[in-house]
Design a protein around this ligand. Structure first.
Ligand SMILES: Cc1ncc(COP(=O)(O)O)c(C=O)c1O
Length: 380
């Protein structure tokens, strides 16, 4: 067993060896420009179209509705700014939630500087948006609803299907940032009723540097970049073949191994929690309802323990992340935990542990032992 044990798969995942093998020829020999009409260009164009199909299959979209980008941040920017700009004649109001990633909130802040108004919906203590609040927030000038599918810090799954119905009834474009959910839970664009959906390659075992945006056919969107017309002009620039092929393969694997991976990630997470509770009892506070949570994610606080102290104490053995930032001795609680109204002590004691498809029982047993020892030592 290699140490430290990595239990921060929501931050990023390693590249799957099958994905790397698929990419290698495009790094070494298959260098043609997909726009060239001769054979090495044409075959690379075919490779991209195959990747597009693989991504589309995972989310039940059509291949022509998939646009490759460089990351989830770019996909969110393209979705939110692109829809806002294309619809500004209709109105300048956007609805989002108070637990979004900065890759959404910072775009919203930028749009405020361009004259847009943003409604940030609260979340309940459970960490979920109430669809009724979405309905009540809709105005005549609302042009976009953007609400994440699953939260990166606490793992809560949002009622996207219900919100999708509300968006459809009110004819408002609906985007979801599905960076954390794709590959972990079902993300079917038709069942969810979304018009745009963001995918992050490196959260599902493709490398960093690739993302995708699903755009439902017929959705009016303005491109952020202007260039030679690749990706139907929505995202011009010579295609990133190597990484697109990688994302395609990662999506194919995610679809193929979906049930197996889901069960594995959930079993590791649940074994870990049971192990911690068996020794630490009511010192362990789980922050969300695990019935409505990503199968791999555990947001947990240990009574009277500083999350930072714990993460750094175990840092040589187990890698986890915290729900707060610590600068010059001052602890700042994350906006997600604040939005959930978690009291300061619990938030400052909160860590995020996230398992992966390759997490082993031995790793979990070791992590349980290390965390229990650390909590006992730190609470002396
Ligand atoms: C929910 C969510 N959205 C967007 C992002 C941004 O991803 P990237 O930095 O790869 O663009 C992340 C990354 O943590 C995320 O968790």
């Amino acid at each position: 067993m290699e140490k430290p044990i990595y239990l921060d798969y929501n931050a990023t995942t390693p590249t799957d060896p099958e994905v790397a093998a698929e990419m290698l020829p495009y790094l070494q020999t298959h260098f043609g420009n997909p726009s060239s009409s001769y054979s090495i260009g044409r075959s690379n164009k075919e490779a991209i179209e195959k990747a597009r199909e693989q991504v589309a299959n995972l989310i039940n979209a059509k291949p022509e509705e998939i646009f490759f980008t460089s990351c989830a941040t770019e996909s969110n920017n393209l979705a939110i700014r692109g829809i806002a700009m294309a619809n500004q004649q209709k109105g300048k109001h956007i609805i989002t939630s108070s637990i979004e990633h900065p890759a959404v909130t910072e775009v919203c802040k930028y749009l405020v500087s361009q004259g847009f108004e943003i409604t940030y919906l609260p979340v309940e203590k459970s960490g979920t948006v109430n669809p009724k609040d979405v309905e009540n927030a809709i105005r005549k000038d609302t042009v976009l609803i953007t609400i994440m599918h699953a939260n990166n810090e606490v793992g809560t799954i949002q009622p996207i299907q219900e919100i999708g119905e509300i968006a459809q009834q009110n004819k408002i474009v609906f985007h979801t940032d599905a960076s954390q959910s794709v590959g972990k839970i079902e993300a079917d664009v038709n069942k969810l009723g979304v018009d745009l959906l963001t995918i992050a390659g490196h959260k599902l075992y493709a490398p960093k540097g690739i993302g995708a945006l699903y755009i439902r056919k017929g959705t009016q969107i303005e491109n952020l970049m202007h260039g030679a017309g690749q990706e139907k002009g929505i995202r011009p620039g010579t295609e990133n073949i190597i990484h697109s092929v990688g994302l395609g393969k990662a999506c194919e694997i995610a679809a193929r191994d979906f049930k197996k991976n889901q069960l594995k990630m959930q079993a590791s997470r649940d074994t870990l929690l049971d192990g911690l509770i068996s020794q630490l009892g009511n010192k362990v506070h789980v922050n969300v309802n695990l019935e409505n949570c990503l199968p791999n994610t555990l947001s947990v606080a240990f009574e009277n323990i500083s999350a930072h102290a714990l993460a750094s104490f175990i840092g040589n053995d187990v890698l986890i992340s915290t729900g707060s930032a610590c600068h010059s001795g001052e602890t700042t609680i994350s906006s997600v935990l604040q939005a959930m109204n978690l009291d300061f002590r619990t938030a400052a004691a909160t860590v995020r542990i996230s398992t992966g498809k390759k997490t082993t029982e031995a790793e979990i047993d070791f992590a349980i032992e290390v965390i229990i020892n650390a909590v006992k030592k730190l609470s002396l």
